[in-house]
Design a protein around this ligand. Structure first.
Ligand SMILES: *Cc1c(COP(=O)(O)O)cnc(C)c1O
Length: 216
């Protein structure tokens, strides 16, 4: 497993228009530094405490993305530095992020997570709920948050036909939202097992863990 080669190959394959977020959860600082040494700067984690420990120890030009479900009482730990929060799924959470961003004198970029999978276990909200949030008065008053796109996770299945349907649905929602909200630029979908399908369906940000760092 050569992490530097892996990251280079993904970036060559995907090209400039698609952002690769290297998902480094459970991986060591030295493994992260192998990708960093190859010039990679965008890493994603799913636990705030683990991400914060890594952020403190590693070079400050790394862009840290939170890709996991976020508990409101932990937002304060990442608010000083987080570059993008992928899985925002409520107005309450947005309020907390806005409050902590303000305290830190910065604005925090967020994606709304849309539930596209058929599994009960997956987080996220419906397209209708997402639109309500985007167009709510409460959100319009939040000065320290930017919603810059949408995120989705497909059903964990071998059936790529189903995965394709789910990603295509989210791409359609993204297109519709963008007509009224052109600030939405990012469509985060695709992981190691389904990124090719995601990209074919219009993703412009993929979250690759296993394919770069090996099994967890
Ligand atoms: C772990 C994780 C990934 C990466 O998964 P791989 O299958 O290892 O590529 C992507 N997105 C989220 C939200 C994750 O939690």
């Amino acid at each position: 497993m050569n992490i530097a080669d892996n990251i280079r190959l993904y970036k060559e394959e995907l090209g400039e228009g698609i952002t690769v977020v290297a998902i480094s959860k459970t991986k060591s600082n030295s493994e992260i530094m192998q990708a960093y040494g190859e010039g990679h700067r965008i890493f994603g984690e799913n636990k705030i405490q683990e991400m914060t420990e890594k952020q403190e120890a590693l070079p400050k030009d790394i862009e840290w993305h939170m890709v996991g479900h976020v508990q409101r009482n932990k937002v304060k730990y990442m608010a000083p530095y987080v570059a993008l929060i992928h899985a925002v799924d409520s107005l309450k959470l947005l309020k907390e992020i806005n409050k902590e961003a303000k305290k830190n004198g910065r604005s925090i970029n967020c994606l709304l997570q849309i539930k596209i999978a058929s599994e009960e276990s997956k987080f996220g909200i419906s397209a209708e709920e997402a639109r309500e949030i985007l167009e709510s008065e409460t959100f319009s008053k939040m000065q320290f948050i930017k919603i810059t796109g949408l995120m989705g996770m497909a059903t964990f299945t071998e059936d790529m036909g189903q995965v394709k349907e789910e990603f295509s649905y989210l791409k359609k929602v993204f297109g519709e939202f963008r007509k009224d909200h052109p600030q939405l630029q990012t469509l985060s979908m695709g992981m190691t097992g389904d990124y090719k399908t995601a990209v074919a369906c219009g993703s412009n940000m993929v979250r690759i863990g296993t394919g770069i760092f090996g099994e967890r």
